[in-house]
Design a protein around this ligand. Structure first.
Ligand code: AHR
Length: 310
């Protein structure tokens, strides 16, 4: 392995501590805020010299940040790609500079030899859990009793791994029940405001929406505002399924405004720092490191809410 020579004293601060460049997506959601805090807190606790940038949701900013980390000769680069495609060139540049890259949270669609490992959730499985819950609770979800379950989907950022994979996993599971149909699907860009606006327009053009599947809690919380403004009761008139399980989402779940949340764990800091250390020590690391996750009903949310860290 040609990168095995890149030990902890290769470049960076020169004092033996690891220097990590981390190019974050942005601050689009409660999940992202918790993820950033986990990475920053762990770096601090473990004496990692962290150079952190926020790409504000723009791929070009993220590429620019990665290029600057290459120029600064950091020991290791980690990033959570805004979208799946378009990172080949900059990943080649990092490889040529002998700087290992760790993908965090989201995948890229590029040659796997361009990064050391990918740490994060299985977004397809998350979408499948959401779809399976709907199949199992279909009878309940048909609010107007017309025999069809009319689902609207609030997608994450177009081209982002979690948006692509969650839609795919959800579609796979609901295919088992002919009465469930996704009648509208549009991006809300993983933000509360985006979810609210898209839901407002869905409600204006369709008065028979039974279910909202939102790719994250924030968009689901925005949808709740739109549903309430339309004089409907979220969780009853319109069932809501989301992904993440951040505190605001879990609060709405415990109040019955959301019906089911699939967990996506943002606390990736400890595993990331551990992987970085191993990579720089020349140890073999698995190509894929999955995070452990569960899912919650309103009753379960009420039980765990007080201890929720984020
Ligand atoms: O990549 C993880 C996703 O990105 C989270 O589910 C979402 O909230 C965030 O913005």
């Amino acid at each position: 392995d040609s990168d095995a020579s890149s030990g902890t004293d290769n470049g960076g601060s020169g004092d033996g501590a690891i220097t990590m460049g981390f190019a974050q997506v942005g601050a689009e959601s409660g999940w992202r805020t918790a993820n950033t805090k986990s990475i920053q807190d762990t770096a601090k606790a473990e004496g990692v010299d962290l150079k952190f940038t926020d790409a504000q949701g723009k791929q070009e900013n993220q590429i620019q940040a990665i290029r600057s980390y290459i120029q600064q000769k950091v020991d290791v680069i980690a990033f959570s790609p805004v979208v799946e495609t378009g990172f080949d060139a900059v990943l080649q540049e990092a490889k040529a500079a002998n700087i290992p890259v760790i993908l965090t949270d989201r995948a890229v669609d590029a040659d796997p030899s361009l990064y050391k490992t990918f740490l994060g959730s299985d977004f397809v499985v998350e979408g499948e859990k959401a779809g399976q819950w709907l199949v199992d609770n279909a009878a309940d979800a048909d609010a107007n009793g017309d025999g069809t379950i009319n689902v609207v989907q609030l997608e994450g950022t177009t081209g982002a791994a979690p948006a692509i994979d969650r839609a795919e996993g959800f579609a796979d599971k609901i295919a088992a029940d002919d009465s469930i149909e996704v009648t509208a699907s549009q991006t809300g860009d993983f933000t509360r405001d985006g979810g609210k606006q898209v839901m407002e327009s869905f409600l204006q053009s369709d008065d028979s929406i039974d279910v909202v599947f939102a790719h994250n809690d924030d968009m689901g919380l925005g949808a709740i505002e739109a549903i309430e403004a339309a004089g409907l009761e979220p969780g009853k008139d319109v069932k809501i399924i989301t992904i993440d399980a951040v505190k605001d989402g879990m609060t709405a779940l415990s109040e019955g405004k959301i019906n089911y949340i699939v967990e996506c764990n943002p606390l990736l800091g400890p595993q990331l720092m551990d992987l970085a250390q191993k990579v720089l020590d020349g140890e073999e690391v698995p190509a894929r490191v999955l995070t452990e996750e569960s899912a919650f009903t309103p009753e379960q949310a009420a039980e765990v809410l007080a201890d929720r860290q984020y």
